[in-house]
Design a protein around this ligand. Structure first.
Ligand code: ARG
Length: 581
């Protein structure tokens, strides 16, 4: 339990002991929300504003605070002061330091891990790239948010299933085969990989402007894929293989992997179930030849409600299935196969309507687990101030971005630490870390603007800064002997800098849980950035290896705890932690 939660529990208890008759006293959880950390430590380590109690106790706030302060009695708190309507707590700083560090060091790099999720399964649909398209930075967020959430849920004891729901189905693959047959050849595709496929696809669209018959040929090729025609299937699988080979390089660089690559095509033979069941449940209507589920809703006055939506198209007029049909089939499959407690879809907010629509279809079918399907949406990414446009050419390929990041990191390292061994390796860790950190540094729904000078600034709130602090801790620890915890003098950690740092460390397990609750890896990014800043402040204000071995032991223990927590936090957001930089 972190200190704030503990203080809230103690306060809730004290309230009930002081006024056993009172009704409607706030519970510990509510009190926790009210507790604040005063900006000036002279006002206490925590402050509890009592105003909210005035009504229940029919007493003026200053009186409430004074009464509580008078009766207060607990070893965790050295002193309590009533100041107007506030109750200010001064912790027993020494005990707090000892308890926090003992807990962190005992857990090592598993501090904050738990078995909260034991027996529960979370499916995560992330990255979900499209076959025969290049991996560009538009797919960075889904990849990294999903990967981080997977690590977070793993850490909390859940069973997780990472799924790359490949976009490998649809008429575009017919068109691509058509283009390949007309203008492509095997060697060039082998050599050029996805770039060559993209070239063929673009050519198809150019030529189709003049020659309308091409579109039909493309569709016919897709029909052949659907019908299992051998030639069509062979070419299609080959395109798929090429794409996966190309993207594997990027996944390797990012350290990302999946448990399943079951993409849209995987559900081709599982679609009847959806369609039949919708028919049985009388949910399908025909609209302009297509089979749709009507999602309009009206209020009593006959006006459309806010939750009213356009229809969800299940079958096109030619009988072909759609993206939503495949998502429905996939949801059933995942539910049957993994018995998930939650299925998360880490997909850009542009697809918000799509998810709301088919989630609603599931509900209409009577599946209460529809509520366990969650769209984890996120904002857009732009590069050096320029929005991404795939069609008009302004595309930033992820592999190129990552290569550049590593090069730039190497330049900086050459300048800052020319004597570092394994510079290339560190440049890889820092370069990739820079990109991931930028991606996960803000609430996911916010748009991101990637700027090199901001991302790579070793002194700003950046990946390199946090990594550098980790390396600094490692360097301090290398210079010292083993930490003698029983001999440590924790009174060396009662200053404001150490205490601020300890508070952050104490909160870390809560942060992980909250990040999981809100599907928000950026909360972890924030936490380790705060810890890094607080450590550096501590580092400049205090000598760690001073003459007093007992004080040094305490400060080293704090350094070790910071190192562990930063390393864990970086791991949870998918970033490596070099020991020297
Ligand atoms: N391939 C899609 C795209 O790139 C994302 C798929 C997301 N997952 C899903 N189950 N719909 O836009």
């Amino acid at each position: 339990m972190d200190m704030m939660t503990r203080m809230a529990a103690l306060t809730a208890q004290a309230l009930r002991e002081t006024w056993p008759e009172a009704q409607e006293l706030p519970e510990a959880e509510e009190i926790r929300g009210l507790l604040a950390v005063p900006p000036d430590p002279a006002m206490g380590d925590y402050a509890f504003p009592v105003f909210r109690l005035a009504k229940a106790l029919r007493m003026a706030p200053p009186k409430i605070a004074a009464t509580l302060a008078e009766g207060w009695n607990h070893a965790d708190v050295a002193r309590v002061e009533a100041v107007n309507g506030y109750l200010n707590f001064f912790l027993n700083r020494l005990n707090f330091a000892r308890d926090t560090l003992t807990a962190v060091l005992a857990a090592g790099e598993r501090y904050g891990a738990s078995d909260l999720g034991a027996g529960k399964t979370i499916c995560l649909d992330y990255s979900s790239i499209n076959i025969a398209k290049r991996f560009h930075i538009g797919h960075l967020s889904t990849t990294m948010i999903g990967h981080s959430l997977k690590r977070i849920f793993d850490f909390l004891g859940y069973t997780t299933v990472g799924i790359n729901h490949l976009g490998d189905w649809g008429t575009q693959f017919g068109k691509m085969i058509c283009a390949y047959k007309k203008w492509g050849n095997k060697e060039e595709v082998e050599r050029g990989g996805v770039a060559e496929l993209v070239r063929l696809y673009v050519r198809f669209h150019e030529e189709a402007e003049a020659d309308k018959a091409l579109e039909d040929e493309g569709r016919a090729w897709f029909k052949r894929i659907e019908d299992g025609d051998e030639e069509a299937l062979t070419i299609w699988s080959w395109f798929k293989e090429l794409t996966l080979k190309d993207t594997a390089r990027v996944y390797d660089l990012l350290g990302v992997s999946f448990d399943s690559y079951a993409g849209e095509s995987f559900y081709n033979d599982k679609m009847d179930r959806v369609v039949n069941e919708l028919k049985e449940k009388d949910l399908l209507t025909i609209s302009e030849g297509a089979s749709v589920v009507d999602l309009r809703e009206y209020d009593q006055e006959g006006k459309e409600t806010k939750t009213s939506m356009p229809p969800c198209v299940i079958l096109r007029s030619d009988g072909a299935t759609l993206y939503a049909t495949r998502d429905l089939a996939a949801a059933f499959y995942r539910h049957d196969t993994y018995h998930f407690d939650k299925c998360l879809y880490v997909v850009a907010y542009q697809q918000d309507l799509h998810f709301r629509q088919w989630f609603r279809v599931l509900e209409k079918m009577g599946y209460e687990w529809a509520k366990d399907c969650v769209h984890v949406s996120f904002g857009m990414i732009s590069y050096e101030g320029q929005a991404l446009a795939t069609r008009k050419g302004h595309v930033v390929y992820l592999e190129e971005l990552l290569d550049q990041a590593q090069q730039k990191a190497l330049e900086i390292i050459n300048e800052k630490s020319p004597n570092l061994e394994n510079k290339e390796e560190v440049a890889r860790q820092v370069g990739i870390g820079t990109v991931i950190y930028t991606d996960l540094s803000n609430n996911r729904i916010k748009d991101i603007d990637f700027h090199w000078d901001r991302a790579l600034n070793f002194d700003g709130e950046t990946g390199p800064y946090v990594q550098y602090t980790h390396a600094r801790c490692c360097s301090v620890l290398r210079k010292a002997e083993a930490i003698d915890l029983p001999e440590a003098d924790f009174s060396a950690l009662t200053d404001n800098e150490a205490q601020a740092l300890l508070r952050l460390l104490g909160r870390f397990p809560d942060v992980i849980r909250e990040a999981a609750d809100k599907y928000e890896p950026s909360m972890i990014t924030r936490a380790i950035t705060d810890i890094a800043q607080a450590y550096n402040k501590f580092y400049y204000e205090h000598r760690i290896l001073n003459d007093d071995p007992a004080a040094a032991a305490a400060r080293l223990a704090l350094t070790q705890a910071v190192r562990n927590v930063i390393k864990t936090g970086l791991f949870l957001i998918g970033i490596e932690a070099p020991e020297r930089m």
